[in-house]
Ligand binder design. Sequence first.
Ligand code: G3D
Ligand code: MG
Length: 184
Amino acid sequence: MGLLTILKKNRQNEKEMRILMLGLDNAGKTTILKRINGEPIDTISPTLGFNIKTLEHENYKLNIWDVGGQKSIRSYWRNYFEQTDALVWVVDSADRLRLKDCRHELAQLLQEERLAGATLLVFANKQDIAGALSEIEIKNALGLDDIKSHHWAILPCSAVTGNNLLTGMDWVVNDVASRIYMLD
Ligand code: G3D
Ligand code: MG
């Protein structure tokens, strides 16, 4: 392998991002990932382990990890933290009963040392459901304004209509890129 090939290879590697998609079970993580990837979303069952999808976006190779969020398996989330560039926290905006739980789990994650450098995008999902909480209501319920440790943003979205999913991924990619690929 010549030097040029090696340099090229390194350069390609540089263009990878690792994105961790977490949230309570039933938030819509797997549906979002499938929708972004152009797959049908009518046959999705609860995620017991994880799904990983690799997709190209704006010349970056995104490795997106979608990890199951049932209470009994949340302790396994920590196995996926290493080298995470961005955390996408998915919220079921219609699930008022579990907002406290949702806030608590997110707060715990933000204290994790291995996620310290990660960009945070909160997807206020299921906006197509009548009575879903708005972006601002979710922002307040999760106490996002208090977050000083991470770059963060929140976007209302729907995995069913596809609304704002790509806008959200664009923001994530640009935020991570401006942080770690400054020279580009
Ligand atoms: P998870 O991976 O976070 O656990 P899933 O969540 O992707 O498995 O989705 C859980 C349920 O929510 C699924 O319904 C899915 O169709 C639904 N869902 C996901 N996103 C949206 C959305 O934006 N709007 C609406 N209305 N529903 C959504 P089922 O019925 O299969 O359990
Ligand atoms: Mg799932």
